[in-house]
Design a protein around this ligand. Sequence first.
Ligand SMILES: Nc1ncnc2c1ncn2[C@@H]1O[C@H](COP(=O)(O)OP(=O)(O)O)[C@@H](O)[C@H]1O
Ligand SMILES: [Mg+2]
Length: 716
Amino acid sequence: MVRSWFNSPKDRQNEPKDDSPPEASFWPPLKAEPPVAAPDTAPPPVMAPLKGPATPMATDPATETVTGDTTAIATASRMSALPDPAPKTDVVQDTRTAPAAPRPPAPANSPGAAPSDGISVPAPDQPAQRLTDDGVAAGLDPWLPDTGNGVVGHTMYDLPSSEDGSITVLLPRDHIAATPSQALVRIASGDDRTYLGIVVAGPFAEPDGLRADASLIVTTSVRSQPFQPQYHGRVQVELLGEEINRVIQAPRFRPLPGSAVSVLDDEETAHVLQVSGDIRLGRAVGHHDVPVGLPSRSKNILPRHLGIVGTTGGGKSTTVAGLLAEGQRAGLAIVLLDVEGEYTHVHEPTTDPTMVRLLAQDGRQPEGIPDTHLYRLVGRETTNEHHPNSHEFSLRFSDLSPYTVAEILELSEAQQERYFQAYELAKSLAADNRIRGLSRAVDTAELDDFEEGCPGVTLAVMRSLIGAFLSAADKGEPAINEPSIADASGVILGRVREAKPSHPVSWKALMGRLGRLHRLRVFDNSRGPAGPLDLDALLAPGRVNIFDLSDIDGTDLRNIVIADLLRGVQAAQERRYAAYESHGDPEGPPRTLVIIEEAHEFLARNRVASMPVLFSQVERIAKRGRKRWLGLAFVTQLPQHLAPQVSALINNWVIHKVADPAAISDLRQSVSGIDDSLWRTVRGLAPGQAVIATGQMTRPVLTAIHPAAAQLRMVD
Ligand SMILES: Nc1ncnc2c1ncn2[C@@H]1O[C@H](COP(=O)(O)OP(=O)(O)O)[C@@H](O)[C@H]1O
Ligand SMILES: [Mg+2]
């Protein structure tokens, strides 16, 4: 029978005392063969000495020195540090508890070290200690627990399969728990160089002295007579670099074999990873006291845009809620395009029992976000009719670039040509100050048609002009009924006739499309409370503006609203930034964050071709935003649907669970620095966990996002 000789320490205590010798040892070479007499000369050390032991070792002066192969020695020297599982039948010395009769290790050729021919095998009763002593005699530095310097393991020799930038570390079983995935480690190399690294694979548990698939282990497991040899841990460490004067630099060498490895504490981890920031999003997983945040005043973070991605239920909205609260505290002006009406209650404390419980664990209270304002488009509903700061707004048609209009209405080439014919006429009226309501003539030469519309040119003006062209093309009697241009009707009708319009069908179709826009009843509502937005007021520091777009049916209108808002916010931010540049501000530059929920709907890959103007507008805003502190955050569960032109603008990422392999491989194109093991982790992240990768961090960090203190509306 093979004895199951290792159970838990507790089991062992409870075992009846058994004084009989073990029937079989798992240590194959250690059979009861008499030690072979050793020749007189000392063997050459089996390994080059690394360095002296950190503390004196207790050794049994009486033990004979035996050499095995180097693996056995190395393994045994670690084994000696582990709790001794075997019922002690003899004098095997436990180096942890041995009364200290400190004695320096015997040099290989000292009288204390018995000579060996390298083929001797030990007596069965003292294998571990003998091999330890032998290792010491051969110049090995035995791993010693409790040396007080936090050493948890040592680097292994390289193999032909070893790769640059990556090194294997072996650890005694007791220290496996100290090196979870993503733990940061410092490697004190024998050549006095120091390296920093991060655990990217493992910790694995490997049996001492045997391969995990050795037939001995396999056979006994198969026969339900498992016997567990001692085991040790192995982790793969990716080198972050060599540490020179507390700065991490690209390594030119590798840590030598046998280098001591210690785990960084939380403070150092935070310093090395560079994960702190005033917009606190969560904590590093595995480092409870390392806060992870985005520095709101770093030009490399918010102005270089943010992607918040992950499957539904992954925790994106919770992350956004944290971003709102923390961004507000940091003094950002925030505009949130809330496509589903999820955030219309964030001024209230959360009532979600899970969140309340999780907050309590952190010693926090549910808490609403102050100074939030809720906006809805005129005539549309909101998911919160009772918001204390509710505003209705309308759009100004004259803010839309004629190209955007053509794109959104999906005008054919013929229709587009006619639209621009009418638009040129409208512009000339504005240039001549012939539109009522304009305070002065418009300098139309200064207008950039790709970016903006022409002041005074309302939807009503355009419809009236197109109606006149249609009439003329249809051989009818054109007339101008729109009051704001009625005074100019003589000039207009003259110009229309002059143009000799043809193809009434095209004009009619164009008229129909503009009728669609008109029926939305969202443009040019200058009367009543639902006027155009006061964007300068919106961008006050610390103000959170929620745009509830949930009742806007039809992607067209939603996209018009989003495009218009983006353009308006950008213009306002440029004004604020220009004012800051000329007058300065002790608070620093004004910073604005625009968060776009369900961004894949607005900026879908399959629409890039059909909406080039909209895309180039977003691109321009994103690029100009970098210098002017306007950051965009794109939130989506379908990052693979996001146009690559948009992903390319994003330099910082919060990646919640993404299970879809296609989405992962797509993200891998855009997000750098995430190693394979972390990408595998992304597939199985729990709700509220995310990998955060920013331009500032040393490397991406797995983060437990804080629970939301503000109320989120459940949407399915
Ligand atoms: N940071 C978090 N901490 C704890 N639980 C969370 C966290 N984030 C999300 N959850 C859980 O997951 C659910 C879905 O989160 P949500 O933010 O709505 O995801 P998404 O917006 O990606 O669909 C929440 O209702 C909550 O139960
Ligand atoms: Mg959500």
